[in-house]
Design a protein around this ligand. Structure first.
Ligand code: ATP
Ligand code: MG
Length: 138
């Protein structure tokens, strides 16, 4: 079993599509181990996306991720990382496949509705960034 972290980003929360996105995720067989709605601080967002520090879009990314509430979910499934990335689609919605979350709900490459971990290792790290083991159902 693998773990991956989903963040429903502020644009999707503002569009009131949290329920539809959760339905798309659970229909694909992911189990939700933990879920919460929070508002990220600049420090949280900056640390979470630290790998992108120095890239031209970094400041906009931090600003966007702190612009409203987000829903974070720890997901579990076999091949969770690859299967969830397939479900959300390409970073830029213009390049995302039909029926993906980003094709349906993202507005742009910056405001792209959801986050997904990009490796098994990062899935474990990112779940631990937001959840203690006690908060995850067994
Ligand atoms: P995420 O990590 O949010 O799941 P991703 O893995 O598809 O997205 P990354 O390359 O990790 O894409 O970029 C992280 C986020 O930074 C993207 O989701 C997007 O919001 C933003 N971003 C990346 N590249 C650009 C860009 N060229 N212009 C604007 N925003 C960008
Ligand atoms: Mg990424």
């Amino acid at each position: 079993m693998e773990r991956t972290l989903c963040i429903i980003k502020p644009d999707a929360v503002r569009k009131n599509v949290v329920g539809e996105i959760i339905a798309m995720i659970t229909e694909k067989g992911f189990r939700i181990l933990g879920m919460k709605m929070i508002r990220l601080s600049s420090q949280d967002a900056g640390e979470f996306y630290a790998v992108h520090k120095g890239r031209p879009f970094y400041n906009d990314l931090v600003e966007f991720m702190t612009s409203g509430n987000v829903v974070v979910m720890a997901l579990e499934k076999e091949n969770a990382v690859v299967d969830y990335r397939a479900l959300i689609g390409a970073t830029d919605p213009a390049e995302a496949e039909e029926e993906t979350v980003r094709k349906r709900f993202a507005s742009s490459k910056g405001e792209n509705a959801v986050h997904g971990s990009d490796s098994v290792e990062n899935g474990i790290k990112e779940v631990a960034f937001f959840f203690s083991e006690r908060e995850l159902i067994g």
